[in-house]
Design a protein around this ligand. Structure first.
Ligand SMILES: [Zn+2]
Length: 440
């Protein structure tokens, strides 16, 4: 659509960019409205209902055909290999809006294109107090603060407003646009996204605006959270014992072993799409022993444990990851007497989230890149998304290749979470231009 010789915008593209500039306050207002509706995911429950109703109403006012359904009412969900059991989906509907003739599950007319935008409505529960109110959606110095602003209601507002832009401009779309807001993404849920795939909402390509700092990602990390326990028999202070079963020191060896194992993972050649990435190991909790009322410990603890989150590139399987950790601990138990004297076990604290990737020449990557350059007036940066997310449900368990492009922000899952307001404007332009381009 743009003039390939000059890279300047066509008349239609100019109208899109101008419309978004003229409706800046609507984009920001929608992001604020979404942040102001608490939608905490509190496993096994979640209170996404009000937010999902709001989004469904927004989609209806765009002229979408709207489908609201419980994830676990979708045929095949609970039997699927990636279904994560134990969640309660009462009052937790997924919402999908369709502009066009798309019928989920029906065979699509040949040559008719389709594009899907997907986001999650749930947010991590709030705890404690920050500088800004959790649900106030305060804007200060170009940042919108509040739970979910960055992860990921800002990105959702951008694609919903992009759809509004193409509707208000009455652009003729020769294809189908699918807008999706799922429940239960946080805490490794991902059942909401899987349920949409199984219900038949599959398209030529999908875009997920998780906050990846305005880069175009064709790949994202995977990860899993574990707890490792070490245990010995109770011996109190161990008077008279020269060799003590010592779970604390044994665990310390294991924690250092994990650091070395992660360094070994990072020294391996990185798979395609992850060049230049460094995968973190994040120890989150460490527990052992008991402080007695007078302020000291008086017994060697029977048990110690560490909880950590480990990130991995695409291609690493759950079995491979867990086997490598187990082998590392087994070898420590052979070589280090302190570790050999205790028993240990590993517990999964989240589901395994695989990384995933799509080819560099995927048309959606090219289309996003072209329209990013036009909207942002600068060349895009390509990099993998530095987090695990449910995009793998598209890339590994559906026919829809999925890319990521989302805003810059910070403090996700913490106090004073924020998103860059200007990025939401740019993203709205990129997404509207992409819709017009893909479906023209
Ligand atoms: Zn997210």
């Amino acid at each position: 659509m743009s003039d390939p010789a000059t890279g300047t915008a066509s008349r239609m593209q100019r109208r899109i960019i101008d419309w978004v500039d003229d409706h800046r306050s609507d984009v920001i207002g929608l992001a604020q409205a979404l942040v102001r509706i608490p939608s905490e995911n509190k496993p096994p429950h979640g209170n996404e209902l009000e937010c999902q109703r709001f989004i469904a109403d927004f989609m209806r006012q765009l002229g979408c055909h709207v489908d609201m359904f419980r994830p676990d009412e979708v045929t095949g969900l609970t039997e699927h290999s990636e279904y994560w059991p134990g969640r309660d989906y009462t009052d937790r509907p997924n919402v999908v809006g369709v502009l066009g003739q798309f019928q989920p599950g029906a065979s699509r007319p040949k040559g008719r294109k389709s594009l899907l935008f997907s986001g999650h409505a749930d947010v991590v529960p709030v705890l404690g107090e920050g500088r800004y109110g959790w649900w106030d959606a305060t804007i200060e110095e170009g940042k919108l603060y509040g739970r979910g602003s960055c992860d990921m209601k800002g990105g959702m507002a951008a694609f919903l407003m992009a759809a509004q832009c193409v509707r208000r401009l009455e652009l003729e779309l020769h294809g189908d646009l699918i807008l999706e807001s799922v429940v239960d993404e946080e805490f490794g849920g991902a059942n909401g996204t899987l349920a949409c795939r199984l219900r038949g909402y599959n398209a030529d390509a999908a875009v997920v605006p998780e906050p990846n700092n305005m880069v175009i990602s064709r790949a994202h990390r995977g990860g899993q959270q574990f707890r490792i326990y070490t245990s010995g028999t109770s011996i109190g202070m161990g008077f008279g014992e020269s060799v003590l079963p010592d779970p604390v020191t044994a665990l310390a060896h294991i924690v250092v072993g994990l650091e070395k194992l992660n360094a070994k993972f990072n020294a391996r050649p990185k798979p395609e799409g992850f060049e230049g990435d460094t995968f973190p190991l994040m120890p989150l909790l460490l527990r052992a022993g008991e402080q007695l009322p007078w302020g000291t410990g008086e017994a060697i603890p029977e048990t110690a444990w560490v909880e950590f989150w480990l990130e991995i590139p695409a291609g690493v399987t759950k079995q491979e990851l867990q086997d490598e950790i187990s082998r590392m601990i087994e070898s420590l138990a052979r070589d280090v007497p302190t570790v050999g004297r205790v028993s240990w076990r590993m517990e999964e604290r989240t589901r395994f989230l695989p990384g995933s990737t799509i080819p560099a020449d995927s048309p959606i990557i090219q289309t996003l890149a072209k329209n990013f350059a036009l909207a942002a007036n600068q060349q895009p940066v390509f990099a993998n998304a530095p987090f695990a997310c449910d995009v793998f449900m598209f890339n590994l368990h559906s026919p829809t290749p999925c890319a990521l492009l989302g805003p810059r922000g910070g403090n996700a899952h913490a106090q004073d979470e924020w998103v860059d307001v200007e990025d939401l404007i740019t993203l709205t332009k990129v997404f509207a231009l992409t819709i017009a381009d893909w479906l023209s």
